[in-house]
Design a protein around this ligand. Sequence first.
Ligand SMILES: Cc1cc2nc3c(=O)[nH]c(=O)nc-3n(C[C@H](O)[C@H](O)[C@H](O)COP(=O)(O)OP(=O)(O)OC[C@H]3O[C@@H](n4cnc5c(N)ncnc54)[C@H](O)[C@@H]3O)c2cc1C
Length: 458
Amino acid sequence: MVLPEALRHDLSDIPMLDDQRMIRMKSRDFFWFSPVLKESLDDKVADLVVVPRDKADVMRIAAACARHRVPVTVRGGGTGNYGQAVPLAGGVVLDMGKLDQTIWQRPGAGRFGAGQRMLEIDRLLAPVGHELRFHPSTRQLATLGGFVAGGAGGVGSCTWGQISDPGAVLGLEVITVEEQPRVIELRGRDVLKVLHAYGVNGIITEVEVPLAPAHPWCERIAAFPSLAAAAAFAQAFTECDGIAKKLVSVLDPRIVPYLKRLVPYAAAGEAMVIIMVSEPQADAFEEMVAERHGRVTFRRSAAEAQEAAFNGGGDLPPLYEFTWNHTTLHALRHEPTITYLQIRFPPVVNLELVDWAAERFGDEVLLHLEFQRRFGKVTCSSLPLVRYTTAERLNEIMAECDAKGAAISNPHTYVLDNAGWKRVDAPQAEFKRSADPHGLMNPGKLKDWRIEPAPEKV
Ligand SMILES: Cc1cc2nc3c(=O)[nH]c(=O)nc-3n(C[C@H](O)[C@H](O)[C@H](O)COP(=O)(O)OP(=O)(O)OC[C@H]3O[C@@H](n4cnc5c(N)ncnc54)[C@H](O)[C@@H]3O)c2cc1C
């Protein structure tokens, strides 16, 4: 679009990126994991990137965009996978990176600037013995605001569930995109209005979340003779409520070779379980592995694991950077035709359905499992690697899983309404009518919304 000169003028004292290379970089996320999205999003680019220094700047940007009817797409770390942060209609990208203050923290809860990176939050909390309950495997770059607006769960979900669960977000501060922007505090169930809404209905400026006691999380890898044996172990281990744990991930034997640096820790044909467990309880984990005929192949102390996560120390990155959607990233480095899906297996029958999927799709779909505790039950989800052939084939696989009762969220669409279990629900669209009355926020991500044309004179 042609950006009104008056908008640049109105914002001229706010830091902005005008360099074409930087603008292009800040207009992209990890949509290229999907060959389908790659085709439709590769050429989308903002006209301007603005970097507000504080909330007052955010208010001015929101007001100017509303006045001049310029689209505005909010950006955190830009690590989303579905083109959530890609400005489909150009306009302004609002880089939240400078809203990175800790507002307050006390035992049990903390409030943080939406642009604060999740690793940074944990680094700051470590001396007081607390931490975020969970974070995506992109902890290093992902912001708390971006996680709330575009993420789901991750490292810690084996104990604490997902970001959409009741109580996982205590409060949010949101700024509306209107000529006179309002600051709104959403609390309790009201946070669902903007949760996982891709920033279509308000600029999140502060996030209040419960905190967990930080355990000394050591890392272990165990090898098992088959995917089924590893999955059964992971289920039993996650169900052990008395053992504090932060990560329980299972990798199909055929995935291990893609994680090059982990290859020494499983023999050919062995499945792998990656865990983070409270160090004093690591022996309890090892006993369980032995009882189930697995073998522990890698051990890293909590101090070393924290050093790897916080300062990049040691020979290996933190092990969580091989799990969740990092598995896809590693695989893509070796086989560029690989893509992925998102499957959530229902509790109780999850292992049965894992067996079914492994058998049904053979070498086309390779499962890795992320174990989670939700609403008192243990289950697993998967971001399976798929050897891509066509978009039609992806749709067939998704339809077959859905029909079998394994819930699918389609990662090959940027339209929120089409994304399966992450589908938009009523409060999000309803809230948009009030928080973004001109339809300027991240246009194209919600169906049936149009940008209102600019008034004749602004
Ligand atoms: C290798 C890899 C591994 C991943 N692993 C996980 C995982 O384990 N779990 C998981 O849930 N996700 C995962 N993801 C997806 C993504 O990293 C996370 O969801 C992350 O939390 C997104 O945060 P971000 O700051 O990068 O958000 P961005 O990508 O910048 O934004 C995400 C969405 O939120 C909106 N947004 C951002 N900030 C704000 C704000 N302040 N106000 C309003 N809207 C806003 C954006 O417009 C966009 O629609 C992974 C992605 C990759 C590439």
